[in-house]
Design a protein around this ligand. Sequence first.
Ligand SMILES: Nc1ncnc2c1ncn2[C@@H]1O[C@H](COP(=O)(O)OP(=O)(O)OP(=O)(O)O)[C@@H](O)[C@H]1O
Ligand SMILES: [Mg+2]
Length: 261
Amino acid sequence: MLSINNLRVVYHDVISVLNGISMEVKQGEILVIIGANGAGKTTLLRTIAGMIHFYDGDIIDGDIKMGDVSINGLDSSDIMKRYSLTYVMEDRPIFEYLTIEENLKAAAYSRWDSKVKGDIEKVLGYFPALKNTFNRRAGYASGGEQQMLAIGMALMTKPRMLLLDEPSLGLAPMITRELFQIIQKLNESGITIVLVEQNAFAALSIADRGYVVEMGRVVLDGEGQALLKNEDVREFYLGAGESERKSYKDAKRYKRRKRWL
Ligand SMILES: Nc1ncnc2c1ncn2[C@@H]1O[C@H](COP(=O)(O)OP(=O)(O)OP(=O)(O)O)[C@@H](O)[C@H]1O
Ligand SMILES: [Mg+2]
């Protein structure tokens, strides 16, 4: 469905963040991307969604394709419309001063059909928690409700592919579990999911496949269950190795041992 080939992205002409990254997203799957802070995960999603230039970033090499067609350089709204690809950014983009209902309606702005009301019902079906706060300002909603709203707004665009950037950030474990179950349901309804997560355990548990990204490159990939059992992933992302949690410095030293490369 989507393929990324040897992609290189720099910010401000000099800061090299994606250093020849390649990956594939298959139709209908849940693909999880994990990696340390600063590995380039958000940059990758911004680039796929055609938004990298808003951040002073440029593609300097490589290719992103939808099927056989290159989408490099396409405008974000074109990518969204032509390929029904919607990106939910990591900072929960909602309109704080609008109500939940108004936010959902606003998210449907690019649509011409009159089925918005029915689709709002569908979103509330996925996220019943939003029913209680439907007429309240989104700014007063809890972190979990705001994240659900952000995904609900993305659903109003009728996506075939959803890019989710750290949806579990700052959420309590119970809410995270609930959110991931909903992501699974969305996938079962036919939406291809690309999920970037720090919460590697929860994410890999629902993943068909996953990639580990370090320093703007893929260092490991495999099926979700295989990655969950992988010794290196367990040690560095699941905190289940010899010691409870390793620092990024340790990870760098570890990288020099080149077990992944
Ligand atoms: N607009 C920008 N201009 C310059 N550098 C940037 C910009 N955005 C991101 N970076 C840098 O690019 C690197 C990768 O950032 P990115 O946000 O893609 O990483 P990430 O894997 O999403 O990290 P995190 O897990 O913290 O969200 C970081 O070193 C970051 O400081
Ligand atoms: Mg990020």
